[in-house]
Design a binder for this molecule. Structure first.
Ligand code: HSE
Length: 441
């Protein structure tokens, strides 16, 4: 009888519990057929033993600390599903790797901060550090980028990496809900966390795109190198106007090769209605990989939830059982280039701009003049009448300001910001302009 791969699992929350159940469902015969040996869950650690008891898993040993479990002589692979960018996740993974054990984790926060050091340790020890579940839940995007395209050069990797935000944007568009109401609904349905800041301000997406950027472009994983803007300032009228103009607004993580280096950014983005990402609604995730020389490929699927994430975790364990040992970041860590935060003022692309224009003669002329001075060319302009809006300018008798929506051809962020600053200084708009970057298909 061939020796089983013995698994120690740390963390029995939604993903940990689902992983424990899925591991126990693996039929030894089938697993031997697939990877040459059976897989056995032998020990777990969690905040309380009652969490293990509640799962009714049978004879699985409870260990009272993650670090003890990580170095437990009986286990071959340590599965970390506790989360968090610090300890105990970090110290227990280091302990497991240091002891020559392979590690499987779903911990994007830890990888975005310490991914390079952990990958280097795994390389030195000749063990696996697998993290398919850290990005895109059940979508096998880590493997796709790292292994499926190992011989290709990427132009761009981008996608919808946060289900909470995609759900909120879907509801703001379809039911014309405000951001706050859509968020409340997402919380009621259990999609959004009690504290949703991390998701809606784009940080969760930033950690995921930092991981994909490293795999696709050979740069060091660094969550701090990602430019981040969240979705909380969007209004339902932006989603409505986007649709009228042939676009849909998505929170995207984008990693792209530019003349200035690898740009990594997260922000609300206008995508063409005919692009695959525009069709992805609700909590679903999707990633488009754009390799040099042929058409992009989009993978779509559940990005969160116990069963979906556990599927990716168990697939990583199966790889360890098969003896697969790839460099965690796809190439030796010593060869990774440094990551640096993109200077967004040099970002080039089209822009959606929504202004609240004071309704008096000369407003458009002033707007057009300052756009022209910055060499910004317009693809479309829409002006609406808005009833009941506050009066514009100093004159209480003046008609209410009217929303004006501009779509620009490709320009630079610097030019857009300069033109808008001048337009605001001339007193022809009220409030702050809404600016959304357009991502080409
Ligand atoms: N909170 C994330 C989301 C899932 O809403 O997609 C975990 O990364």
């Amino acid at each position: 009888m061939v020796a089983p791969l013995k698994v120690g699992l740390a963390g029995l929350g939604t993903v940990g519990g689902a992983t424990a159940r899925l591991l126990q469902k693996q039929e030894p015969e089938a697993t031997i057929g697939r990877c040459g040996r059976p897989i056995e869950l032998v020990a777990v650690t969690a905040k309380a033993k009652s969490e293990l008891d509640a799962l009714g898993l049978g004879p699985v040993r409870f260990v009272d600390s993650p670090t003890k479990l990580a170095t437990d002589p009986e286990i071959d692979v340590f599965v970390e599903l506790m989360g968090g960018s610090g300890d105990p996740a970090k110290s227990s993974i280091e302990a497991a790797l240091g002891a020559g054990k392979s590690v499987v984790t779903a911990n994007k926060a830890l990888l975005a901060k310490h991914g390079v050091a952990l990958a280097a340790l795994a390389e030195t020890k000749g063990v696996a550090l697998n993290f398919e579940a850290a990005v895109g839940g059940a979508i096998p995007i880590v493997k796709t980028v790292r292994e499926g395209f190992a011989g290709s050069t990427f132009e761009r990797v981008y996608g919808i990496l946060n289900g909470t935000c995609n759900y909120i944007l879907t509801r703001m568009e379809q039911a014309k809900l405000s951001f706050a109401d859509a968020l409340q609904e997402a919380q009621r349905l259990g999609y959004a966390e009690a504290d949703p800041t991390f998701d809606v301000e784009g940080n969760d997406t930033a950690q995921k795109i930092a991981i994909l950027a490293s795999l696709a472009f050979g740069v060091q994983v660094d969550g701090d190198a990602v430019f981040v803007e969240g979705i909380s300032s969007l209004e339902p009228e932006d989603l409505e106007a986007a649709a009228e103009l042939g676009y849909r607004i998505k929170l995207l993580g984008v990693a792209v090769r530019t003349d200035q280096g690898i740009e990594q950014r997260v922000h609300p983005t206008m995508v063409h209605l005919d692009s695959p990402l525009a069709r992805v609604m609700g909590v679903t995730n999707a990633v488009t990989v754009d390799p040099e020389g042929f058409t992009p490929i989009t993978l779509v699927g559940p990005g969160a939830g116990g069963a979906a994430t556990a599927s990716a975790v168990v697939a990583d364990v199966v790889d360890v059982a098969r003896g697969v040992r790839v460099k965690p970041l796809g190439r030796p860590t010593a060869t990774l280039a440094g990551s640096r935060r993109a200077p967004m003022q040099r970002h080039e692309g089209g822009y959606y701009i929504r202004l609240s224009a004071v309704d008096r003669p000369g407003t458009f002329a002033t707007i057009a003049k300052h756009l022209a001075e910055e060499k910004i060319s317009l693809e479309s302009i829409v002006q609406r009448r808005r009833n009941g809006a506050p009066h514009g300018g100093d004159d209480p008798q003046a008609p209410p300001p009217a929303p004006v929506i501009l779509i620009t051809y490709a320009t630079t962020e610097d030019a857009v910001r300069k033109a808008l600053r001048e337009i605001k200084n001339r007193g022809v708009i009220t409030g702050n302009p809404q600016v959304i970057r357009i991502e080409k298909n």
